[in-house]
Design a protein around this ligand. Structure first.
Ligand code: ADP
Length: 476
């Protein structure tokens, strides 16, 4: 579990480098991990390119058998593998288990969807000509993923890429390799042939470089920050490497004055702080109608102050630690900056007394903010809930859209007209109306503006890993 997986073998980095994998709940060492560099990434691409020669000719039915077995393996081992996710992320056990269950669903769903890569026959304007297009796998796919959902992020890209007939070089985040190892084990145990999937964790820029430079690697699927997404776009311009980018978000939530404020405040306290706010579609900028603002703020603070922070393997814990010290430093820096901007913290925003070790932060609710506040402009990726107010639909939409990001947005209202107008005018790739989870295995997940390009999950996610080929026959 502490090595790289290249050409069906668990190996050390070629230069013997390692890095420390740290438990964010205790700050203790979990394990020394092999640290891949450019040379290891090239070996992984070699293996994947060789494997593609035969894997591309397997039928979607053969690939489906393997993916379905892998789904069954994950379901069978949920309890044990989720424990490792808790170890490396600190997230509550139930969430870790739920995430692996979703990974299993993704494997199963793409096993079936791979059979539906239908082409098209197109009537032509000449009697002696017949034209159609088919979909073909691309080749080697590089999958670079973030740590916040260490099973879900890789699973949705691996499943679609493999179902489509590609081979994969996976680079999970350095802080969460164990969850990816379990996903990989599931596939390997289920008969995935040698070289079809390879895993290298380590020097991210070097691995990214190896992927971008190699013409055999046709596409990079990336989940992570807008900053790194842009680096990949720069690099890809040299080689025309295709990219799918799932980047940052700064999701607005519009809460109108016709809702049950208590119910929404309660569910918001859970939704906002799921995974400690380290979620790209996390509801983030809360715009509450001025008529219910004070009432909502009071109710919300009450619920947020009741959230239980602690070790993910303890019963009843809802919030674990942040993933790294750096991530926690960012949160405190943002809070300090906000205080200087006259923001008021209603609850939280400190290290809980009983948790001096580990990267814990008591969830915070912050008010006295406006559109110029740092908390309106910056992606937070931590346990802070900023509250703003709005006057009417036009004002709310304008404020919500005032961001460079365009991933998810949320609207709460009981008025159908308001819901439809808001949904249509919000400049975001996903809009949740009266719900906190506008995503699913079968739904296209993707962002507008600086939140990315392309889609993962759903049938759209399959076609991200296929190339369209026109075949035209003349002289008939
Ligand atoms: P986050 O802020 O969510 O950690 P990052 O964008 O820093 O997001 O990381 C997401 C993934 O991108 C991780 O697997 C990380 O190792 C990888 N990564 C970071 N820098 C680079 C880079 N220069 N090239 C390729 N991958 C990178």
């Amino acid at each position: 579990m502490n090595k790289l997986f290249i050409n069906a073998g668990w190996v050390d980095a070629r230069d013997g480098s390692t890095y420390d994998l740290v438990n964010p709940s205790t700050e203790e060492l979990i394990s020394k991990m092999a640290k891949a560099g450019l040379a290891d990434a090239v070996l992984a691409i070699d293996a994947a390119a060789e494997a593609f020669k035969t894997w591309r000719h397997t039928t979607p039915y053969t690939r489906a058998e393997i993916l379905k077995k892998a789904a069954a393996y994950l379901r069978e081992h949920l309890g044990t593998i989720a424990t490792d996710m808790v170890l490396e992320t600190g997230k509550p056990f139930a969430e870790a288990k739920g995430e692996f269950a979703v990974a299993a669903n993704l494997f199963e769903w793409y096993a079936e969807e791979g059979k539906r890569a239908y082409g098209k026959t197109i009537p032509t304007n000449r009697p002696d000509k017949r034209s159609s297009y088919i979909w073909q796998p691309m080749g080697v796919i590089g999958v670079i993923t973030a740590w916040n959902f260490p099973a879900y992020n890789p699973a949705r890209a691996w499943a679609a890429a493999l179902a489509a007939g590609n081979t994969v070089v996976a680079k999970p985040a350095e802080s969460t390799p164990l969850s990816a190892h379990h996903l990989l084990q599931a596939l390997v145990q289920s008969g995935l042939p040698k070289g079809v999937i390879n895993l290298v964790t380590g020097d991210a820029p070097a691995i990214g470089d190896a992927m971008l430079r190699d013409p055999r690697l046709k596409k990079i699927s990336f989940t992570g920050s807008t900053r790194v997404g842009k680096i990949l776009m720069d690099g890809a311009s040299l080689t025309q490497t295709r990219l799918s980018l799932e980047l940052g978000g700064n999701a607005p939530v519009l809460i109108f004055d016709d809702v049950d404020t208590d119910a929404i405040a309660k569910s918001a306290s859970v939704a906002r702080f799921r995974n400690n706010g380290q979620v790209c579609i996390a509801p983030q900028r809360f715009y509450v109608h001025k008529n219910i603002y004070s009432e909502f703020a009071a109710k919300l603070s009450k619920y947020v102050s009741q959230l239980k922070v602690g070790f993910g393997n303890e019963e009843g814990v809802q919030i674990g630690p942040l993933i790294t010290k750096k991530q926690r430093d960012n949160v405190f820096e943002l809070l300090e900056k906000s205080k200087k901007e006259n923001a008021r913290i209603l609850t939280g925003g400190y290290i809980p007394d009983q948790l001096p070790k580990g990267y814990f932060v008591q969830p915070a609710v912050v008010t006295n903010l406006d559109q110029e506040s740092s908390l309106a402009k910056q992606e937070i990726f931590g346990p802070i809930l900023p509250l703003f107010s709005f006057d009417n639909l036009d004002d709310g939409i304008e404020k919500a859209n005032n961001t460079e990001y365009g991933l998810a947005a949320y609207v709460f209202t009981n008025d159908l007209k308001t819901a439809i107008h808001a949904a249509e005018r919000l400049e975001f790739g996903m809009v949740g109306i009266n719900e906190w989870a506008p995503h699913g295995t079968e739904l296209p997940f993707g962002g507008w503006k600086q939140s990315g390009q392309g889609h993962e999950s759903g049938s759209e996610g399959l076609f991200e890993y296929l190339e369209k080929k026109l075949i035209s026959i003349g002289g008939l």
